[in-house]
Write a protein that binds this ligand. Structure first.
Ligand code: ATP
Length: 224
């Protein structure tokens, strides 16, 4: 929390956190638990759903770029441009000639952001297929979780193998020095949160942030 306050005060660095996972993988849990206690003024969550008709009329990075962090800001992407090489690939929403070019395009895009001062951290929350079954069952049965249960998720579950193939290519082709992927074992929620928390703290510490110096000498000012 102190580090985030410093980030906000220094107004220099931009932090982009990308969260990707299979359904029930725990994106919401990470947002809730890892970022509890940070000042909402400096943190924003951007969720990317099925593109709207305006979004679909543009290139796939158009809506993404609009949500990238400004100075002093942390932005968490709940899903991201990676959907455009995941769900789009698995469901044939674009032909292979189109989506297969996107790995290089994404690397170039992220490189631009990084060179312009954005620190990018990408987390893949890795749950097993069996753990997903347990979590879906819990959603179906627990009245406090039923609101999250979407029968459509069962259809996606049948495509598990194809999603894993798509994720493998994402992780191997888009983990770069300027925007690394962290593959987080996510079957255990406490462990998942701990690992992500540590990566974040280490990254923020390495930025060597300092509180801004006053523009004038305040020591002579009397506060009566
Ligand atoms: P989440 O699981 O992220 O909390 P949700 O399942 O509650 O979200 P939905 O309204 O289902 O919310 O929105 C997410 C859906 O949008 C996912 O099924 C995802 O595959 C889809 N989606 C996201 N980006 C794209 C895209 N670029 N093209 C097609 N579908 C997309």
């Amino acid at each position: 929390e102190a580090l985030q306050e410093l980030l906000y005060a220094e107004h220099k660095h931009k932090i982009l956190i990308v969260l990707q996972a299979m359904d029930t993988g725990g994106k919401d849990g990470v947002i809730k638990h890892v970022f509890d206690g940070v000042n909402p003024q400096g943190v924003r969550v951007a969720s990317f759903k099925v593109p709207t008709s305006i979004e679909i009329d543009h290139d796939y990075l158009w809506r993404i770029h609009q949500q990238t962090p400004g100075k002093g800001e942390i932005v968490i992407f709940n899903r991201s441009h990676y959907e455009d090489v995941l769900v789009v690939r698995v469901h044939n929403l674009a032909p292979i000639e189109v989506w297969s070019k996107r790995f290089d395009q994404i690397n170039a895009f992220e490189r631009t952001l990084a060179e312009e001062g954005t620190t990018i951290l990408k987390f893949f929350l890795n749950i097993s297929k069996d753990e997903q079954r347990k979590r879906l069952q819990e959603r179906r049965d627990d009245s406090t979780k039923q609101w999250k249960f979407n029968p459509g998720d069962l259809k996606e579950r049948e495509l598990w193998g194809q999603y894993m193939e798509a994720y493998e290519e994402v992780l191997s082709r888009t983990s770069t020095d300027w925007a690394p992927w962290f593959i987080i074992p996510a079957n255990h929620k406490w462990y998942r949160n701990l690992v992500i928390g540590r990566v974040l703290v280490t990254t923020l510490q390495s930025l060597n942030m300092k509180y801004p110096r006053p523009i004038e000498d305040f020591s002579q000012i009397q506060i009566t």
